[in-house]
Design a protein around this ligand. Structure first.
Ligand SMILES: *Cc1c(COP(=O)(O)O)cnc(C)c1O
Length: 421
């Protein structure tokens, strides 16, 4: 049994615990599927960034699309984070959880005029603009409101895909950001617009990045670009370096955030720019390994070619395997000492894509409980009601303390906005 790094999972008396709490007792008391997050794991992941950026003019903007539960947001906000949002809904959540509007950054390729208006009305810190068309739209909306919108341009730094093939698909895809070669022209355009304030530059080069090299290359390109833009008389006081740092799902060994930032800051300092304001937008690396999804084994279905272990969590709760063929460790809450067999761990949803783990060595019986690890990021926030399944309950563990941070959804609430004819 391999416990992912940074998870605060531990085995005591043959029982899997999160911090000081035995997970089986939570599964029995609250039912399954059940998401459980560790506050210590969240704060420890955050502290690596805080350490790396200490003494700088810097803010860590939690990319809340990774997990947007109000209590998760509140925890990061109270620990000093701003928030990176990608929709008007996320703006409302961030404000409701107590985020100062000035600490909100608005990313995304498709911001609507309604979303822009709302973000301008509350006074967010920065719009990360991703296209020329969006510059025109934001300038017009701010003009109608008699305001000026603070902006950074999200630039695609075009890190050499050949040397870093694991992120190449993200970089060839031109949906995100402004092409490196178009950046100076876009800055000149933005600078002339009467209702925009150019305050910075932004990039976000991909996700689940496990090597420092692409980050270091991207920083070189961004800093070269800052120099070229400033040579045109447009100052760039704010450098936003995005998110994307990976976590340990399956023995992955991403660099620690503090170590990575030692190297990145050295590049900034080498240009004499150590006083610039720095932002980062981590999502997965703050919450991914702080959460598990607890599930109960319903049935075992051994077969001639495959053995299926059917659990009560599914692709609607844990979409990453079906979306990206992603790997999550699956750990028994009370490991048995019998013979292990090879199982495909699958959910009850009526799709062949509804699997959670393939070819896993487990010794299980119906009624046993399992933990799907590394389930803090891009699981609950992507959960759906497919098959009219209620979304799971969520708990936050803090030492011995257990907080309910979301009740289990009720079936009637799923159809409360539907109408019979
Ligand atoms: C998704 C996203 C992030 C966070 O990415 P992680 O891989 O979760 O760290 C940061 N910035 C932007 C613009 C994003 O779209």
């Amino acid at each position: 049994m391999r416990i992912p790094i940074g998870s605060q999972l531990n085995v005591k008396d043959s029982n899997l615990h999160l911090e000081g709490v035995p997970l089986r007792s939570l599964a029995l008391e609250h039912g399954t599927p059940l998401f459980v997050y560790s506050k210590a794991a969240m704060l420890s992941a955050l502290s690596a960034y805080q350490k790396g950026l200490s003494g700088r003019h810097a803010r860590i903007h939690y990319a809340m699309k990774a997990n947007s539960n109000l209590a998760i947001l509140q925890t990061f906000i109270q620990a000093g984070c701003g928030v990176d949002i990608v929709s008007g809904g996320e703006l409302a959540r961030a404000l409701h959880a107590g985020c100062a509007p000035g600490h909100i950054i608005f990313s995304g390729v498709g911001k609507t005029r309604t979303e822009m208006r709302e973000a301008l009305r509350v006074g967010i810190g920065c719009f990360n603009v991703e296209s020329m068309a969006e510059l025109h739209a934001l300038n017009a909306v701010a003009g109608e409101m008699g305001l000026r919108a603070p902006i950074s341009l999200r630039v695609n730094p075009d890190v050499d895909a050949k040397t870093h093939p694991y992120i190449s698909t993200g970089l060839k895809d031109n949906k995100f950001g402004i092409a490196h070669g178009d950046a100076i022209g876009a800055y000149e355009l933005a600078h002339q617009m009467p209702h925009l304030d150019v305050i910075g530059i932004d990039c976000h080069i991909g996700s689940q990045i496990t090597q420092p090299a692409p980050y270091l290359d991207a920083m070189d390109k961004m800093l070269d670009l800052v120099a070229a833009i400033e040579a045109k008389g447009i100052s760039i006081p704010h450098i936003d370096f995005g998110g994307g740092l990976g976590i340990d799902y399956n023995g992955d060994t991403p660099p620690a955030a503090d170590q990575l930032w030692v190297e990145l800051l050295a590049k900034i300092d080498a240009r004499g720019w150590g006083n610039r304001h720095i932002s980062v937008e981590p999502g997965r690396s703050l919450i991914g390994n702080a959460g598990v999804c607890l599930t109960e084994v319903q049935y075992l279905k051994p077969g001639a070619h495959k053995n299926f272990c059917i659990i009560d969590a599914a692709m609607n709760d844990l979409p990453r395997p079906s979306l990206y063929q992603a790997y999550h460790e699956i750990l028994p809450l009370q490991p048995r000492s019998g013979l292990q067999q090879t199982w495909d761990v699958v959910g009850p949803v009526c799709e062949s894509g509804d699997w959670i783990g393939k070819d896993r060595q487990l010794c299980v019986e119906p009624g046993d409980h399992l933990a799907v690890a590394s389930a803090g990021a891009y699981c609950m926030s992507m959960a759906s009601n497919y098959n009219t399944r209620n979304r799971a309950k969520e708990l936050l563990v803090d030492g011995q303390q257990v907080h309910v941070i979301r009740e289990r959804e009720h079936t009637a609430s799923q159809w409360q906005d539907e109408r019979l004819i």
